[in-house]
Write a protein that binds this ligand. Structure first.
Ligand SMILES: *[C@@H]1O[C@H](CO)[C@@H](O)[C@H](O)[C@H]1NC(C)=O
Ligand SMILES: *[C@@H]1O[C@H](CO)[C@@H](O)[C@H](O)[C@H]1NC(C)=O
Ligand SMILES: *[C@@H]1O[C@H](CO)[C@@H](O)[C@H](O)[C@H]1NC(C)=O
Length: 313
């Protein structure tokens, strides 16, 4: 079944990175000038998105593109995920793809300018490993402008860095479902045949501890969730069960309905509780990492081409 699966995590990550970096660099001057009021940012976003849709474009293979900003020695890499150090095949081709939007110029990020604009501000990522991967790449790029950058893991952050030259912190808070969830083993008395080992209680209306108390600290927050909402992560022996006010929601919600309810609640929470001046992004989903099998079943992720228009995985 999965032999035709084809994905493109790297180009997607690169693309999303570019989009974010572009948005950041474009929006931040505005943000800086209007630190105390958020409407101008929204107005700007509206005019920006009507004149130019960054998501409408195509991939161009250009081997004379400037070299990547960093190499395998960047101290913020995750070792097992350090494609450069681990000598992943085809890095040359992967780094030669460039996303070209149809009606706008997508400039390369300038880490000096970017950190200069972000001086005395903090950027937080909240979500799953897509955010973490993006963060690693982002930290390695920004470090070029401040070699004194130090690892930073305060306030419940999973990983991050502090850039002393600019007094900027950029960090990731791991919250794969965004909502709070906890393991509850099965009470052992009943010996039913369903193979249930226990459940994960998901509190649909409560943000995970990892980020609930840090939103004041960040001037920019980027949220994502997606890849954990599947039966590969939560099979029927250890399912997600959705709770509200400490009681199971009845009738029980399926996985995707649960996702919907969590989405709504998290968005509501963010709108209500995260300071208005905080610039907020919702990061989009990318294709699966593997084709031809899962990571532990001979799956491979050695793609070197982006998805074709209309191609499904
Ligand atoms: C490839 O990249 C170089 C350097 O950025 C640029 O000068 C050139 O125009 C690009 N070529 C294509 C076909 O986009
Ligand atoms: C660094 O930035 C924080 C805000 O993130 C600010 O409160 C603090 O005063 C700044 N420190 C210096 C030395 O400018
Ligand atoms: C993975 O490949 C090896 C060698 O071809 C094979 O022996 C093994 O059964 C495969 N495992 C799975 C889970 O497909």
């Amino acid at each position: 079944m999965p032999t035709k699966l084809y994905s493109s995590i790297f180009p997607s990550v690169v693309f999303l990175s570019l989009v974010f970096l572009f948005l950041y660099s474009t929006l931040l001057p505005l943000y800086t000038n209007n630190h105390s009021s958020s409407p101008p940012i929204k107005m700007f976003l509206r005019s920006f998105s009507s004149s130019c849709n960054l998501f409408n474009g195509h991939w161009v293979l250009n081997s004379t593109k400037p070299k990547p900003f960093y190499d395998e020695a960047c101290p913020f890499h995750r070792n097992a995920w350090n494609c450069l150090k681990n000598k992943r095949d085809n890095m040359g081709i992967i780094n030669s793809w460039k996303w070209v939007p149809k009606d706008c110029r997508l400039e390369r990020i300038d880490p000096w300018k970017f950190l200069g604009l972000m001086r005395n501000r903090n950027i937080g990522f909240v979500g799953d490993s897509l955010s973490e991967n993006f963060l690693v790449s982002f930290l390695c790029i920004l470090r070029v402008a401040d070699l004194g950058a130090k690892k930073w893991k305060k306030k419940g952050a999973w990983r991050g860095a502090y850039f002393p030259k600019y007094n900027v912190t950029v960090a990731y808070h791991r919250a794969v479902l965004l909502a709070k969830y906890k393991w509850k083993p099965k009470q052992s008395k009943v010996s039913d045949q369903d193979g249930l080992k226990g459940i994960y209680q998901v509190d649909v209306d409560t943000p995970a501890d990892e980020w609930i108390s840090v939103t004041d600290f960040y001037d920019v927050l980027v949220f994502n969730t997606g890849h954990w909402w599947g039966y590969d992560k939560f099979p029927k022996e250890t399912p997600l069960v959705f709770y509200r006010h400490e009681r199971p929601i009845s009738p029980p919600l399926g996985l995707l309905d649960g996702l919907q309810v969590v989405f709504e609640n998290m968005v509501h929470y963010i709108q209500k509780e995260v300071p208005k001046n905080t610039l907020k992004f919702w990061r989009l989903q990318s294709p699966r990492h593997f084709y031809g099998g899962e990571w532990n079943q001979n799956g491979s992720c050695l793609f070197d081409r982006p998805l074709e228009e209309g191609q499904r995985i």
